[in-house]
Design a protein around this ligand. Sequence first.
Ligand code: UDP
Ligand code: MG
Length: 317
Amino acid sequence: MDKLLLSLIVPCYNEEEALPLFYKEAVCVLSKMDCDYELLFINDGSSDGTLEVIRSLSSKDGHIRYFSFSRNFGKEAAMYAGFCNARGDFVAVMDADMQDPPSLLPQMMELIASGEYDSVATRRVSRKGEPPIRSWFARKFYRLINRISDADIVDGARDFRLMKREMVDSIVAMGEYNRFSKGIFGWIGYRTCWLPYENVERVAGETKWNFWKLCKYAIDGIINFSETPLNIASYFGMGMTMVAFLFLIFIVIRRVCFGDPVAGWASTMCVIIFIGGLQMFCVGVIGRYIAKTYTESKHRPHYIIAESNDEAAKKIG
Ligand code: UDP
Ligand code: MG
């Protein structure tokens, strides 16, 4: 009987320093495992020597298939390209910086082979080495998104997970342009086993995330998987109308009973400005959703592959 095939998807953006270290470690672990494997390196428009590193590795190792994007499309697009092109019976996504330790793979394989689970996902139980303010916001984000969306998103969840073919097919079928993988994994369901591990710091190179990029990522996540902000905007509107109506009755009664002493210009201005601000905010929230709908409706491809060592690769997807 043929051995099962494991596909490892590795998105790489400016990882020339980390990639050789990752490759060495990954091959060391994979060669000891009882399955065939393929390494899918996705070069996400790197501006350093990442592509050269990948080319030279692939010329020596037949297990490597690489796909190089025409520009930087982002990690979500890189993962999607990997899912579209992976051939494995099992597929795993891993970062190139060793923050997703390859040494966990055999244990993950064992868990999935037991037949009890469709996917084994990893979760950081510590956030060692991360700025405390970033950790604080991250925790708040996970609490919020779980309350307001129907996708089950686990705090500290990494994108590092091993999945069965069926699950990968479901992910590919979720062809939305605005992708938020943590939400997609949770939304499609399946039986997932969570494997906790201590945070590992990146071996080389630098993180591509800064605080504002993370904020934007969090807002995108909420907008992609929840309609609650829209509902809040309409509840606010209704509440305000009700208050204004009661206030109107109060003013009319006061006028009739006590006459009309002219006063309260300042408080009127405050109310007008406050309500004006609130309206702008709500319009902004609605605008975010419309913007998402707009990008979705254009049906643009998620990625464009400019170079690959695989002739049969799905070049645009
Ligand atoms: N990455 C990518 N495209 C991007 C940004 C990042 O493919 O636009 C890859 C990067 O090379 C790495 C993984 O995504 O393999 C995670 O990135 P990073 O380590 O910067 O994120 P962090 O671990 O700090 O969350
Ligand atoms: Mg990292």
